[in-house]
Design a protein around this ligand. Structure first.
Ligand SMILES: Cc1cc2nc3c(=O)[nH]c(=O)nc-3n(C[C@H](O)[C@H](O)[C@H](O)COP(=O)(O)OP(=O)(O)OC[C@H]3O[C@@H](n4cnc5c(N)ncnc54)[C@H](O)[C@@H]3O)c2cc1C
Length: 335
């Protein structure tokens, strides 16, 4: 295919909130050669660059004056060596999970139905139902926008953390993921730590297919489908606070839930619980709303602008700061 750059592109089909902003330029990236051309183009016009997968974790609040690299590289390959698999960045994540099941490669069933691309998965170390990408991550290949060189990055290089990695900070933001290599399990290894998952299995044997089906069913019952109503899943991360802070908060909120973290001094609190306590479910601002059933999910009900959604999110985080002394961090990338 001939490499083509489109101009003045409406971004509504390129983000799961469905907000309508424009990009000055957008390039559909099929391979590393396209990236080289795109880099030269942006360099010659001194354009800022933004990397985009399926836009399911991105909120556009204004027009983008530069070049968007829309990642559309394809390919999935089972590698020699038990359970090793490489997938191109533009592949759909959920389709990869299905492909793994079909090929008796196990472990990522709990991450079924997470929207978006394979290339975006390491950016926030996607996670759900007790599993995170980093558990299966081996390495990735990235294109350095600064130098135009290809680079292999190990798990340690990526500095994974809870919904975080080196790619969320400079200079990591200048790296375009081209492919991701995972080490999966040849034997089923069901991970049933998440209580709702045990219940959904209703005492049946936890085969990988059943775990996959249960995760899909829970997600469909809980989260709005972005095809039907624009959203980006959880808008905020769950805050991590000290145990001392937890004890203090529990003097006023004895039923405040908390989860242990790897650090014995720190606990993670459910942002949805905090927001729900402050009555945010169903609140609206312009065409933006907090989902009726899920206080962590902001939705585009009727032609919301990115700014409507952002202002609503800011009001929500201010109320949490005021009431609990906790500064929420966004999980969604604001562009
Ligand atoms: C309904 C719903 C439910 C969700 N549930 C979950 C969940 O359970 N767990 C979870 O972790 N997330 C969840 N998300 C968030 C989202 O699905 C993930 O963050 C996903 O990985 C985003 O993929 P994307 O291709 O759409 O990324 P985009 O929104 O296109 O990009 C996200 C970030 O990744 C960067 N990026 C994308 N591709 C590349 C690349 N090839 N190289 C370098 N950088 C790149 C972008 O620059 C941006 O910073 C949910 C979203 C929705 C809409």
């Amino acid at each position: 295919m001939v490499f083509k750059i489109q101009e003045q592109v409406d971004l509504s089909p390129y983000n799961s909130f469905g907000v309508s902003q424009k990009a000055a330029y957008l390039a559909d990236i099929q391979d590393a050669a396209d990236l080289r051309e795109a880099r030269e183009f942006a360099g010659s016009k001194r354009l800022p660059i933004l990397i985009l997968g399926q836009g399911s974790n991105t909120l556009f609040i204004k027009d983008f004056p530069g070049l968007i690299l829309h990642m559309n590289t394809r390919g999935r390959e089972i590698l020699p060596g038990a359970g090793m698999l490489r997938a191109a960045a533009g592949e759909n994540w959920h389709e990869l999970v299905k492909f793994c099941l079909q090929n008796s490669l196990y472990g990522i069933e709990n991450l079924a139905l997470i929207p978006g691309t394979v290339g975006a998965a390491p950016i926030q170390n996607i996670g759900a139902y007790g599993v995170e990408l980093e558990q299966f991550f081996v390495e990735l290949e990235a294109f350095e926008l600064k130098t135009g060189e290809l680079r292999h990055m190990s798990k340690a290089d990526c500095e994974f953390a809870y919904r975080d990695s080196i790619f969320k900070q400079d200079p990591g933001q200048k790296l375009v993921v081209l492919s991701v290599t995972l080490q999966l399990c040849a034997e089923p290894t069901p991970q049933l730590g998440y209580a709702g998952l045990q219940e959904a299995l209703q005492g049946e044997e936890a085969t990988p297919q059943r775990v996959f089906d249960a995760v899909c069913a829970i997600r469909k019952s809980k989260l709005p489908d972005p095809e039907l109503i624009g959203n980006a899943g959880s808008f905020f991360k769950n805050p991590v606070v000290s145990r001392t802070k937890l004890l203090k908060l529990r003097e006023s909120y004895p039923d405040l839930p908390a989860w242990d973290t790897d650090d014995p001094d720190l606990v993670k609190l459910p942002a949805a619980w905090l927001l729900d306590k402050k009555g945010w479910k169903g609140k609206t601002r312009g065409g933006a709303a907090v989902h009726e059933d899920h206080a962590l999910v902001l939705v585009n009900t009727a032609g919301a602008t990115g700014e409507d959604i952002l202002l609503l999110a800011q009001d929500m985080s201010s109320s949490i700061l005021q009431s609990f002394g906790i500064a929420l961090q966004t999980e969604v990338r604001i562009a």
